[in-house]
Design a protein around this ligand. Structure first.
Ligand SMILES: [Zn+2]
Length: 249
């Protein structure tokens, strides 16, 4: 089944953490959304790949995704050679997405940085008729990058206020990765009790940038077309221009 949106992560839970709201919002609007994890997360300090796979399927269900697939390109050393480019190009052809979401290419985690480059390259290559991989040529309209730890000036922010609880529920589905009282698993960046609060703070911050409660930030080398200039900036100056959807007190 061709999908409208294909959200690609290096590891299971990347998509939920960094663009889960945008994924849930697209699904809620009736778009066909697919998820693709490039690795199984086998190097994660907590849990194991089987647990994370089960958790990831539950998270996909919560987000409203039509499918979730996982490749095995090597957690902690994500491979980006010709073989991986062609494998991913074949996946792009198979799922026929219009928009692809990928990690930004400047990232703290090397797998995220490599994944961003790989997805970008494979999405272009998938449109070359003589590439020699299965399926008819297809190139997504755009690869758009979501924000990991490193900040960038966003090209646009998606208002995810209405689906924020859905995003957080999908994140919590990864029970092996996050804080649990009494757990004897090793402590990680994600498992600190403060971590979910930090996700909330980031969502609130980018929401505040565009005059809504919660937002997710994206980068695109090409600016998105805006159809309604007024809608694009509505809510930024609610004290001067009251609007129904201004941020509630
Ligand atoms: Zn990751």
């Amino acid at each position: 089944m061709p999908c409208d949106l294909l959200a690609i992560g290096a590891h299971p839970d990347d998509v939920e953490l960094m663009c889960g709201g945008s994924v849930a919002k697209a699904a809620r609007a009736g778009r066909v959304v697919g998820l693709l994890d490039l690795t199984r997360g086998e190097l994660g300090s907590r849990g194991d790949p089987e647990t994370r796979r089960a958790e990831s399927l539950e998270a996909a269900r919560i987000l409203g995704a039509a499918f979730r697939e996982a490749l095995d390109l090597g957690d902690g050393g994500l491979r980006t050679g010709r073989e991986e480019e062609l494998l991913l190009a074949a996946k792009i052809r198979e799922h026929h997405p219009r928009i692809v979401l990928a990690p930004f290419r400047e990232a703290r985690h090397p797998d995220h940085a490599r994944a961003g480059r790989l997805v970008s390259d494979a999405s272009f290559l998938a449109g070359l008729a003589k590439l020699g991989v299965p399926g008819p040529p297809h190139r997504p309209d755009r690869v758009v990058y979501y924000m990991e730890r490193y900040l960038f000036l966003p090209s646009f922010v998606v208002d995810v206020s209405e689906v924020w609880e859905t995003k957080m529920a999908a994140i919590r589905a990864f029970g092996s990765q996050f804080h649990r009282e009494g757990s004897s698993e090793p402590r990680t960046h994600l498992s600190r009790p403060e971590f979910l609060g930090e996700i909330d703070a980031r969502g609130r911050f980018f929401g505040s940038q565009v005059g809504v409660r919660y937002g997710e930030a994206f980068f695109s080398e090409i600016a998105p077309k805006v159809d309604d200039l007024f809608a694009a900036f509505r809510g930024l100056e609610p004290s001067f221009n009251p609007v129904e959807d201004a941020i509630p007190e």
